[in-house]
Design a protein around this ligand. Structure first.
Ligand code: ZN
Length: 181
């Protein structure tokens, strides 16, 4: 069953602690983005740090937490990029998405912000906002690609592929992950 998220109604110490914990989980799992419902909290919060996925000579986007993010605009221009997901271990597929976006959100200091961005940051924001409404990246593949990845997905859902980090799987099961040696 898909787990949907509720908007944050007050940005208090609990929310800030959750954001800190989310960054920690994300870095532990070598992820570049995380949605709160991936770690069992059904709140509309995402954390992102795209730096590890950026080119060496590129200016690094700072880590960012978005509370109650809303995609206000997306470009007609689209691109593809090989995406992966901490909730779908071992699956990497090219996903087509708009290149640039406008997103409205609150930061951890309860300030309302509007961000216009493109490239990797726009991509990760879209992937994570999808999570908040229960959409996983493989649902955005073309039907033919989806059929091809079906068996792999079955193995992931059966728990045959276990990630190296604790995570909530798409069906809501919590897994502890392999212990790092
Ligand atoms: Zn994901």
């Amino acid at each position: 069953m898909k787990k949907l998220t509720n908007p944050v109604t007050e940005i208090d110490g609990k929310v800030k602690k959750l954001i800190d914990d989310m960054f920690e989980s994300m870095y532990n799992a070598d992820g570049i983005g995380l949605a709160a419902n991936q770690v069992g909290e059904s709140l509309s919060i995402i954390t992102i740090d795209t730096a590890p996925a950026q080119k060496e000579n590129e200016k690094k986007n700072p880590p960012i937490a978005l509370i109650n993010p809303i995609l206000e605009e997306v470009s007609e221009n689209e691109s593809d990029y090989q995406e992966g997901c901490l909730s779908v271990p071992d699956l990497h597929e090219k996903v087509i998405r708009p290149v640039s976006i406008q997103v409205r959100y609150y930061n951890e200091n309860a300030k309302e912000k509007v961000l216009n961005t493109d490239g990797i940051l726009a991509r990760v924001i879209q992937h994570e906002i999808d999570h908040l409404s229960g959409i996983l990246f493989y649902e955005r593949l073309t039907p033919i690609r989806r059929t091809l990845v079906k068996n792999k997905l079955k193995n992931i859902q059966k728990g045959k592929i276990i990630p190296a980090y604790p995570m909530i799987l798409p069906d809501g099961t919590r897994i502890e992950g392999k212990v790092k040696e």
